[in-house]
Design a binder for this molecule. Structure first.
Ligand code: ADP
Ligand code: ADP
Length: 216
């Protein structure tokens, strides 16, 4: 049976960083809803143009659009063994839709690691985040700097600061998280699948804790 792991946590806590490490270690696909939206925006698709209106404001993209995009991604062959879901679901409605979709693939959500950190920590991580233009590789000006300022180590493309990582939008994203995603934390807590992790540690320590939790 396929394995599906949902990573929850506030914006900037390190979900993407940890999802990549875990997906590699477990040979599972990595599905990042934010990366998928940014890919659509880069390719100027209709979905991308629509999603951008919400993303630029720091709001959630409507559920139907988001769910449709994830449904398509889940149908790719690399998801057969399972996937790490990073950024989706973000609302209880999305979580119910996910359960239905996974049932079609003979799967279910196995575990929900919930990575937490104080607001000051996540704000510091977001404000120092630099993202690569070509493939979305992520750096931090202090905690994970590239070898050369402004250039991706992996594909040499330009590093940029996401528009929605600017301070004004971050405040809105954190509010949206508290209002719309915290109910999802409670939903998974009730289901018994939630496991809390301390995200306010070095990347390697969070990875160790996460691997342990997934193994158990
Ligand atoms: P973060 O770094 O906050 O975790 P993401 O890259 O996951 O950010 O998401 C960036 C933006 O994309 C969000 O602020 C939101 O507008 C949109 N988005 C991503 N995932 C979802 C989702 N599951 N539902 C609705 N909107 C989403
Ligand atoms: P999210 O996907 O939750 O928005 P990211 O994985 O993109 O978060 O991480 C946000 C920023 O913080 C990035 O610049 C990343 O390099 C950095 N980062 C991630 N995890 C840690 C950590 N444990 N300690 C310090 N910086 C981190």
């Amino acid at each position: 049976m396929a394995t599906f792991i949902v990573l929850l946590g506030p914006p900037g806590v390190g979900k993407g960083t940890q999802a990549k490490i875990l997906a590699n270690a477990k040979k599972l696909a990595h599905i990042s809803s934010g990366d998928l939206f940014r890919e659509h925006i880069k390719n100027q698709t209709e979905l991308g143009k629509h999603a951008k209106l919400f993303i630029d404001r720091g709001e959630l993209v409507p559920d139907d659009v988001t769910i449709g995009m994830i449904r398509e991604r889940l149908s790719y062959a690399d998801c057969k063994p399972g996937a790490i879901l990073d950024g989706f679901p973000r609302t209880p409605i999305q979580a119910v839709a996910l359960e239905k979709m996974l049932a079609e693939f003979d799967g279910q959500v196995n575990i929900v690691p919930y990575i937490t950190a104080p607001e000051s920590v996540v704000v510091g991580r977001i404000s120092g985040r630099w993202t690569c233009r070509l493939n979305g590789h992520v750096y931090h000006q202090m905690f994970n700097p590239p070898k050369q300022v402004g250039v991706c180590d992996i594909d040499s493309s330009e590093l940029y600061q996401r528009d929605d990582d600017k301070v004004e939008t971050v405040t809105i994203r954190i509010r949206v998280y508290l209002e719309q995603t915290i109910p999802l934390v409670e939903y998974y807590r009730k289901s018994g699948k939630l496991v809390e992790l301390n995200g306010a540690q070095a990347v390697e320590q969070v990875s160790k804790d996460l691997c342990q939790v997934v193994k158990n």
